[in-house]
Design a protein around this ligand. Structure first.
Ligand code: GDP
Ligand code: IMO
Ligand code: MG
Length: 423
């Protein structure tokens, strides 16, 4: 399994694509098209939102698990985009239990954010939260509902009953017509049909037959609805446990949990971020790292590496190892600050505080590590790295609580240093 160890955008897409060549299935288990995963293959750059990054590896079967929320219009525009570029997407499997992001869920996401004003979450506006809310409220629409018009109509009616009251009376918007939604959803039924499968059965049978299954998390540990910086989180479980519920695979079947960890930290949207920089260093990280959202085009907030968060990710996910990405971006700094602990109300704290108010007050305690100026983007092995870069990696490994088994030194597939046989 592979997941984000920070606030998303750690480079999960690249890591998945890298492993995609040696696995049989790549499975998304949560989230939806709020994700933005960039994969660079040779001179081709792909931006994937809903589809598993394994879709770019010809031998691999991509799977959208039951825990994912699917916007059919996004699904088909992404599939069409890939087909036009010669990527074969015919193997894709989609769980019949996955929930559908309906047009009214997208509307509710946008109006809620507007209504929150200053207190907004800064969502991607893709309808993710409202769709998961419907799922938990038991008024969600699932992929399989598209194949029974009467049930679909009843379910849409149930969902819109309350929503239309809220939209018209609270938000001053027009009511949404049931028939129109049903018609729009039914139009996808035939096109979706070839992909719909009992993915739980498929994946468990694959595992019984010694096939290799890779679970690809969207978002990241600190955006997890249970373990993240609530309420400034996404509405699903990107953490390791989410793969079991979101794909229907037991925890005993998971042998490795790789945390994707950026050599510094970024965040998109609102919420606390202790090491955030508001100076020219932050601007430089954004510029050199190309830190602009793949989904919404928003500038990412940037800051130094935070070891408290990395340790937390190791703990809540049971990480076996890390893939450290974007080390090349740090080239050129004379000294690189790394946050080793927080100071909260005058006290040094080594672990992530469970209290939201404490975390909002947390000030980073920095240790300065010596930087390097040599270009490292061509490095192929750990020993190719300058001594200070090696020491930076070793220090992060020591602080983060799990071995680093690969290092990214550029966006391309081959711009990767493999340690401890990552692949
Ligand atoms: P994801 O959401 O975790 O898949 O990450 P994103 O794709 O949103 O953001 C990561 C960005 O960094 C993408 O533009 C990648 O192409 C790029 N990237 C990934 N690994 C590296 C690396 O090691 N070095 C550099 N310079 N860029 C990288
Ligand atoms: P990948 O997979 C970074 C953030 C949003 C917002 C919060 C809730 O590319 O790492 P949502 O639309 O999910 O309800 O928004 O979560 N967010 C992400 N930030 N990377 C992502 O995905 C994200 N997906 C959601 O910015 O703060
Ligand atoms: Mg991303």
């Amino acid at each position: 399994m592979l997941l984000g160890a920070q606030w998303g955008d750690e480079g999960k897409g690249k890591a998945t694509d890298l492993l995609g060549g040696s696995v049989d299935y790549v499975v998304r288990y949560q989230g939806g098209n709020n994700a933005g995963h960039t994969v660079v293959v040779g001179d081709q750059k792909y931006a994937l939102h809903l589809l598993p990054s394994g879709i770019l590896s010809p031998g691999c079967t991509p799977v959208i698990g039951n825990g994912v929320v699917v916007d059919p219009s996004v699904l088909f525009s992404e599939l069409n985009g890939l087909n036009e570029r010669g990527v074969d997407t015919s193997k894709l499997l989609i769980s019949g239990n996955a929930h559908i992001i309906t047009p009214y869920n997208v509307t509710v996401d946008k109006v809620t954010e507007r209504f929150l004003g200053k207190r907004k979450i800064g969502t991607t506006g893709r309808g993710i939260g409202p769709t998961y809310a419907d799922k938990i409220n038991r008024v969600g629409i699932r992929v399989q509902d598209l194949y029974d018009e009467s049930i679909l109509t009843q379910k849409v009616e149930a969902a819109l009953d309350v929503k239309n009251q809220i939209l018209t009376k609270l938000y001053n918007r027009r009511a949404i017509a049931v028939d129109q939604v049903v018609e729009e959803l039914l139009a996808y039924a035939d096109k979706l049909a070839p992909y719909v499968a009992d993915t739980v059965l498929v994946l468990n049978q694959a595992l019984e037959n010694d096939k290799v299954v890779l679970f690809e998390g969207g978002q990241g540990t600190l955006l997890d609805i249970d373990h993240g910086t609530y309420p400034f989180v996404t509405s699903s479980n990107p953490t390791a446990g989410g793969a079991c519920t979101g794909a229907g695979v037991g925890p005993t079947k998971i042998s490795r949990v790789i945390g994707i960890l950026k050599a510094y930290t970024t965040r998109v949207g609102s919420g606390p971020f202790p090491t955030e920089l508001f100076d020219e260093d932050g601007e430089a990280l954004r510029r050199i790292g190309g830190e602009r959202g793949v989904t919404t085009g928003r500038d990412r907030r940037c800051g130094w590496f935070d070891a408290v968060i990395a340790r937390y990710a190791t703990r809540v996910n049971g990480l076996t190892d890390f893939f450290l990405t974007k080390l090349d971006v740090l080239t050129g700094w004379e000294q690189i600050p790394v946050c080793v602990a927080y100071e909260i109300d005058g006290k040094r704290v080594e672990e992530l505080p469970y209290s939201q108010s404490d975390f909002h007050h947390a000030k980073p305690v920095y240790e300065m590590l010596p930087g390097w100026s040599e270009d490292i983007s061509k490095a192929k092995s750990f020993s190719d790295l300058p001594k200070n870069a090696q020491d930076y990696v070793k220090a992060l490994e020591e602080m983060s609580g799990a071995p680093i088994s690969a290092i990214g030194v550029g966006p391309g597939r081959d711009e990767t240093i493999e340690i401890n046989s990552f692949l």
